[in-house]
Design a protein around this ligand. Structure first.
Ligand code: G3P
Ligand code: MG
Length: 247
């Protein structure tokens, strides 16, 4: 099995996270999938941004839930990262789906509804993915167990991952019970036992966020299904090294 390289918020080490430059760079570097985070604006537009608040990654202030998409589009989401990216905007999920549609990339859309439980975010995102006919290469994920359950009950045609950073010896049966078909775990939770337990339960396991070669090599050796990384080029380079050494 080949571990998939998933660009975490795009190639976010070299370009501002969750923006078009970061996604384009991830694609150019050869990432096989892109992970992005979704929040809902005041007027219910799904937008790509990690935090609930715009403060860290834009020149604005306020919660996404209190700003309209028209207001959010005015903000600069690149200058905080580097002057070179001044003028970069926050984008909608719709624009991202349009961009990815003709490319041979998998998608992981993370619903950021563990702090603010945005009403209907599951259905809004699901309907959009379906509209773009991307259901077969999309996984929705969330740290919110209630949301995993809602997705599995409402939209059984899409793949769902339960995200966690907490140790739980019953994690695999628990995630399965919620209706997830994959688990996305913080790297420190990754071990052979968990990988085997997932695979026996017919579930995928992916780990976040790996930027060090030693961790990447360990994940490849464990047969992890995917790794989230800010440096997809490095992860690909080390995957080649790993394959050479294990021929
Ligand atoms: O989806 C994997 C990872 O992105 C989860 O954590 O905080 O980087 O969104 P975070
Ligand atoms: Mg994320």
């Amino acid at each position: 099995m080949t571990t998939k390289i998933i660009a975490h918020r795009g190639a976010s080490k070299l370009a501002p996270e969750n923006t078009m430059p970061a996604f384009n760079l991830a694609y150019q570097q050869g990432a096989e999938a892109i992970e992005t985070d979704v929040q809902l604006t005041k007027d219910n537009v799904p937008v790509l941004i990690h935090d609930e608040h715009v403060k860290r990654t834009t020149n604005g202030i306020g919660y996404i839930k209190d700003l309209t998409f028209a207001q959010l589009k005015q903000l600069d989401a690149g200058a905080w990262f580097s002057q070179k990216y001044t003028g970069t905007a926050i984008i909608s999920l719709e624009k991202f789906l349009e961009w990815i549609k003709p490319k041979p990339l998998y998608l992981n859309i993370e619903l950021k509804n563990n702090k603010i439980d945005y009403k209907n975010i599951e259905t809004i995102v699901y309907d959009m993915v379906r509209h773009y006919q991307l259901l077969n290469r999309t996984t929705l994920s969330t740290f919110n167990p209630k949301s995993v359950k809602r997705i599995s009950e409402l939209h059984s045609e899409i793949k769902i991952a339960f995200l966690t950073s907490r140790r739980n010896k019953n994690l695999v049966p628990y995630a399965r019970e919620l209706g997830a078909n994959a688990i996305h775990v913080k790297y420190r939770l990754l071990n052979r036992f968990l990988v085997d337990q997932c695979h026996q339960a017919n579930m995928a396991i992916r780990a976040y966020t790996l930027n060090k070669p030693s961790r990447m090599l360990k994940s490849y050796a464990l047969n992890c299904d995917g790794i989230f990384t800010d440096v997809p080029d490095l992860a690909l380079q080390y995957r080649t090294v790993f394959k050479e050494q294990n021929k």
